[in-house]
Design a protein around this ligand. Structure first.
Ligand code: DLL
Length: 429
């Protein structure tokens, strides 16, 4: 097992390592990043004031806009000559969030990703097909470097060209498929259309992340592909993929706490929440050289479980990501998360996996939910009755009436990367 000693560190050892590292990291940020020096000076905080792990709550938060305001290199803690690579994520504001890495950062990230593969059950003799996007997006290169570090063979297909993905899976005898959960679901349809049975493939593990997905989506992928579908979490600001991953228990994603210190906060007040409470996840990177991030607000909402896992690991677990605080839609004054709608749709037997939410405004906000019907039911049911059943189920949970549009199988656009679930056509929003 890759870095087995770190994977199975005791809680006490993790905490003492965290304390040792956070002290150094705070000093590194304060001494080298003017933005942090300013944030600390404004509240009279000195790096030496961090004596215990609980003192971390004194440190001011970092938010995405801090990175945008210092675009592109303003938050570097090392001279530009020491930067080996950048990645970037596009944002809605037009200014990308740029993240930078020293050779040591790339080394740490590779280790983290190799550890993720290993924790999820991947072995050096596996054949990894990497269908994440290579380029500025961190998914492709992150999964690539981790597989290289673990020592597997890599088939770097990148996104798209589904027919070629299928051919490669078959001919190269791929055992591990890395892609977003929505692309895995699309591949299942494409395999069926191409007349390729999963029995002809050698797949055993799927490594899926980059977007929220449900337990039902997992069962679908596992049953149709005959694999174990593992959830993996990360974000560009925190190296990329590799922050947390599921083990064989599939009961929460282990956050590699030797590198990431995690807290949960109330997204409205910023107050630290007690263990077990759902809130916004905040990470402090413990060793990053190029771009130290202290108390970075992810906007992701989840519950953290600090209990030791059945697998024997003590690294805390993110129980499934429950959407983002900024994903929240406000429809006629009611707060709605797309994941809530998904949870209800997947519970209705006649519906397929693909759906889209459209918001319009005509005097009042209108919530449209377009959802595909499963092939075996399409044309065989009373659509009005089924639409009413869906609308009633949504009303009961959201306290909102949605207009339901039932669609034929395979009519919504498929995505090769992250699925686009929400189209907001309301003016001024
Ligand atoms: O999506 C990095 C990544 C690549 C993760 C490949 C996993 C696999 P960003 O594009 O910066 O980075 O998007 C980060 O995606 O804040 C979450 O909202 C969401 N996200 C990532 N993984 C998961 C997951 C990559 N497993 C944002 N479950 C994060 C739910 C996820 N949401």
């Amino acid at each position: 097992m890759f870095q087995e000693d770190i994977q199975f560190m005791s809680k006490e050892d993790i905490e003492s390592l965290q304390l040792d590292r956070i002290k150094k990291q705070v000093k590194h940020a304060y001494d080298n990043v003017p933005m942090y020096r300013k944030k600390f000076d404004e509240i009279g905080l000195k790096p030496e004031d961090i004596k215990e792990l609980s003192d971390v709550s004194k440190i001011p938060f970092t938010v995405k806009n801090d990175l945008r305001d210092h675009y592109p290199y303003g938050v570097l803690a090392v001279p530009l000559e020491q930067i080996n690579r950048i990645h970037a994520s596009s944002g809605t504001t037009g200014i990308p969030t740029v993240v930078s890495y020293t050779p040591q950062d790339l080394n740490t990230w590779s280790d983290l990703m190799a550890r993720c593969y290993s924790c999820a059950g991947v072995e050096p003799d596996d054949i990894v097909q990497n269908a994440y996007g290579y380029g500025l997006f961190t998914g492709g290169l992150g999964f690539h470097m981790g597989a290289e570090r673990l020592g597997t063979m890599i088939v770097p297909t990148a996104t798209g060209n589904t027919q070629r993905q299928i051919k490669m899976m078959k001919d190269m005898r791929t055992t591990v498929l890395c892609c977003t959960p929505s692309y895995a679901i699309y591949l299942i349809e494409a395999l069926k259309k191409a007349g390729v049975s999963p029995d002809e493939l050698n797949l055993k593990i799927g490594m899926h992340g980059a977007e929220p997905w449900s337990e039902e989506a997992r069962h679908h992928i596992e049953n149709k592909l005959g694999i174990k579908a593992q959830d993996l979490y990360g974000m560009s600001e925190l190296y990329g993929p590799g922050v947390a991953v599921e083990c064989s228990e599939q009961n929460g994603l282990h956050i590699w706490a030797d590198e990431f210190l995690v807290e949960t906060i109330d997204p409205d007040t910023g107050e630290v929440l007690p263990p077990g409470k759902k809130g916004e996840i905040v990470f402090t990177m413990l060793t990053r050289e190029a771009m130290p991030l202290l108390r970075y607000r992810t906007r992701d909402l989840a519950v953290i479980n600090w209990e030791k896992c059945e697998c024997g690991r003590s690294h805390p677990r993110i129980m499934r990501i429950k959407g983002r605080s900024d994903d929240m839609l406000i429809v006629g004054g009611v707060n709605v998360f797309p994941s809530q709608i998904e949870d209800i749709l997947v519970g209705i037997e006649e519906l397929g996996e693909q759906f889209q939410i459209i918001l319009e405004h005509e005097k009042l906000d209108i919530l449209y939910v377009q959802v595909e019907v499963k092939e075996e039911y399409w044309g065989k049911l009373d659509n009005d009755q089924l639409a009413k059943k869906v609308s009633d189920a949504l009303q009961a949970s959201l306290t909102l009436r949605a207009r339901i549009e039932l669609l034929a199988p395979e009519s919504l656009p498929r995505s090769e990367g992250k699925a686009k679930r929400v189209i907001d056509r309301r003016k001024g929003i």
